[in-house]
Design a protein around this ligand. Sequence first.
Ligand SMILES: [Zn+2]
Length: 396
Amino acid sequence: MKTVRLYLILSITLFSVLQIAAQEMIDKRNVDVRMKNLTFYVNKNEKGLIYNSVKRLFADINFNRLNKSKLINTENYSVNIFLMNEIKKLIKDSQIHLTNAYLVVSNKYILKFIVYENIADKSPKLKAIITLIAENVRGKVKFSSPIKYRSKSWKNKQIGNINYFYKNSFNAKLAKKFNRKNSEIAKKLGVSIKKLTFYKCSNYEEVQRLLGIDFDAKSVGIVQSSEAFENTIITGVNSEDFSHDVFHMYIKTKFPDDKDRNFIAEEGYANSIANAYYAKNNGEIISRRELVFYLKEYVEKNLNADLLELFQKNPRVYFQLSNQVSKEVFNQLSVKSTISSLICDEVEKTKGFEGLIRLLRSGKGENAFFKSVDNLIGINKTNFNRRVKKIILNFN
Ligand SMILES: [Zn+2]
């Protein structure tokens, strides 16, 4: 009986939300709820369950109470929490307008929010559009990402420890290779192998949409990017292989405290143990091997090339790949990381994996990197050109 009544209240409530949705933006009668630099507009007729729950949810997001919040759906919890933390970044100093709400299945509703910059302007700048699912669980509203709803027609395949979701094409050979790599990296770091849920998206916009971020002004222009957290991967490089970032994920598991991480070394070894992360126009992920060969070609042609300068200034040099990759990817191809990957290999060869871990944990920045490399294998700024040139020219 109670459930039926609540359902009725909810339906009437949502019906009125829908009715006023179109005029919401200009309706001066909207209730303006202020929460420290955040203005949240909802229709004043809206007094129901959703209204209060939405208000409480945004308060929990805004006041860092997410880990204690009772409003987050515990099913698929890590995805939901990840999304809420993304929303926290998007709603800083903003106006949030609830613009649409409709029933999708039984007790689940789609809620659509528009986020504007919080300025006293007649045409404030659009920052983001967010979609959440609100579920009425015995009179309590639980919020979640629409990821399941939005991927419900996707195909699913289990390859070893990887549970793949994809729309169209699936490269089983590459998936098997990634599954092996996932185990190999975990074993090398001495941590347990992760069972991963893997969504294969064509680009970053699709990644964000799957999560519930329909538009994000900050991400305009980003095509090949991904999100990864806990045991979930949502890749935007249209590939079954995510081994580069899986290395970063396992490092995070092994050393949860970020403060000793040296990202120059970590990026280098991620290239070396896996690949260069980005994909060519033909969908193939760029390998470290080809980046070293192009660098070798460059050094052979310019024997006086200043490798220390290349490493420190990190200019764009991979012109050999420029007609095979997008401009975005070309700008990401790093000669610094390629050189760092070779130095990491040299450390591992000479001092073993333990030595490499010392380099990976040498602390932030270039000075820490140089100090550690000098301690481990005696490469320093004085002999950098000679030693690194030799390593590059001997690569095969
Ligand atoms: Zn990386």
